[in-house]
Design a protein around this ligand. Structure first.
Ligand code: ADP
Length: 474
């Protein structure tokens, strides 16, 4: 589980808030409940004491119930009698019920003493076994002027059980509520965040070539609509800037071509003249080389901006990759020989691919050229090809300076050159592989590089085979 996700944070915050609310609310509820229950208990004790007092009468034989009491009253009195004691104002017992005797034995002596001497009010008492009781004392005045005190008690067990039950239910439900609310929060956060994921997925597919892609606003939620709108606006702005950059590149390259061609031509004419010192001649030859290099770079920039603008159209027809690779390898062998480099071509199978011959040539030539450029003198380059049912795989492997792992993801970016390549000053500008990649992908193919620093590099190409029937390879 990733704790740094918004989903986790939302789920957890939701769970915590609901749980804190539940705990605080539960606590307040518990307090009001106990306060009310205690008050009801006392009120009922008061009512029972009043009822007793009303039905008590003093006779010469002692104290007894009103004979006029209805059977229902007698029953009600009987029910509350167990904890009933009658004393005089000094606390001497005047009448106690049968059960009252046990109550007296049961209660803590000090508590009992306190109760018996109390003329009015409530007293809490405990039994030796730990049971709890609450007594009310109230003074009754008879018309004869005699005053007695009535002490009436009730067990607090039921009330305490009720309170404990209430507390336990509340305490047990806290973790339950926490789990449920975290779960619900987790689920809701996932649902709420799903559209953002969808937007991100579409955004990931947008590349510099597909900058005109706009996300279709299918969601009705305002926040998502805003996000999509600002995203689309940003992509549109980017697209405009890219377009301006592309046009600028193309224009600059275009403008540079003519003066470069003139400079090249004039230098060549000047070199034909015999009236010049050897020193000037060598300067002019070096200039001509540099001009050639500049022209190549300018042409590549122009081609790349055309490719990116989508104005290059491929003319595809069935091409046998075997002959193309074999021819180019042979051609490049001449160049390689200057530095004692061998190009070894394995036995190649025929493989027909729907391709634009010129562009594919250009791509493979570029790879062979790089292999030579970045090889050491006297090195070896291996060219091989494998064909399966649907695809052909071409591999060009050298034993040169190699490409470090951190540079590999960038070598297909325009103008990217590795540091060792810069030091060699091979004349490249880092545009070749960007074009190669475009060519291969425009043929529904793929290009990969496998390399390690100083251990050579292998470029692997892969194209789908042509499915058009009736072609016989040359
Ligand atoms: P360049 O004109 O500089 O060769 P490319 O686009 O053809 O430009 O290649 C980009 C960079 O990739 C090169 O500058 C070089 O650093 C690296 N590279 C390409 N091919 C090889 C290879 N065969 N061996 C080592 N490095 C290579």
């Amino acid at each position: 589980m990733n704790v740094r996700t918004l989903r986790f944070k939302l789920g957890l915050t939701n769970g915590l808030f609901i749980s804190i609310f539940f705990v605080v609310f539960g606590y307040i509820r518990y307090q009001t409940f106990t306060y009310r229950a205690d008050r009801n208990f006392d009120r009922r004790l008061e009512q029972q004491a009043d009822f007793f007092s009303e039905n008590l009468r003093s006779t010469p034989e002692g104290f007894d119930w009103e004979p006029s009491a209805t059977p229902a009253d007698v029953m009600a009195l009987d029910a509350i009698r167990p904890f009933f004691v009658l004393t005089d104002l000094e606390g001497r017992i005047l009448r106690e019920e049968y059960y009252g005797y046990y109550v007296q034995r049961m209660l803590d002596a000090q508590d009992l003493n306190e109760i018996l001497h109390r003329p009015s009010g409530f007293t809490d008492a405990a039994s030796s076994e730990g049971r709890r009781f609450r007594f009310i004392s109230s003074t009754i005045s008879f018309p004869s002027g005699q005053k007695v005190v009535l002490h009436l008690g009730r067990s607090l067990d039921e009330l305490n059980d009720m309170k404990r039950e209430y507390w336990l239910i509340w305490a047990y439900s806290v973790p339950l509520v926490l789990i449920i609310s975290v779960g619900v929060g987790w689920f809701l956060a996932a649902r709420a965040l799903r559209p953002f994921g969808e937007v991100a997925n579409i955004a990931e597919q947008i590349t510099s070539q597909k900058l005109n892609t706009q996300i279709v606003n299918v969601r009705r939620e305002q926040e998502i609509q805003r996000l999509v709108q600002s995203f689309n606006a940003m992509v549109a702005r980017l697209s405009r800037s890219f377009e301006q950059m592309r046009t600028f590149n193309a224009n600059v390259a275009h403008e540079l071509r003519t003066p470069l061609a003139i400079l090249q031509g004039e230098t060549e004419v000047a070199l034909r003249s015999s009236k010049m010192s050897e020193e000037i001649r060598s300067v002019l030859i070096s200039n001509l080389e540099e001009l050639g290099r500049l022209t190549r770079i300018v042409n590549d920039i122009l081609t790349l901006s055309e490719v990116e603008a989508g104005s290059q159209i491929l003319e595809k027809k069935p091409v046998n990759i075997r002959t193309l690779v074999a021819d180019l390898s042979e051609q490049m062998q001449l160049l390689a020989m200057e530095r004692n480099i061998r190009i070894e071509v394995e036995e190649l199978p025929d493989a027909i691919v729907e391709a634009d011959d010129l562009w594919i040539r250009r791509a493979i030539l570029n790879l062979l050229d790089n292999a030579i450029k970045y090889s050491r003198d006297g090195g070896r380059i291996q060219v091989s090809m494998v064909r399966d049912e649907t695809r052909v795989h071409v591999s060009i492997r050298d034993e040169g300076i190699g490409i470090s792992e951190q540079d590999q993801p960038h070598i297909f970016d325009p103008m990217f050159r590795t540091d060792p390549a810069r030091h060699r000053d091979s004349g490249g500008a880092g545009l070749g592989l960007a074009l190669v990649k475009w060519v291969i992908e425009a043929h529904q193919g793929q290009i990969r590089v496998k390399s390690q620093t100083n251990q050579g590099a292998e470029f692997q190409l892969e194209f789908p085979l042509s499915r058009s029937p009736g072609f016989t390879p040359a």
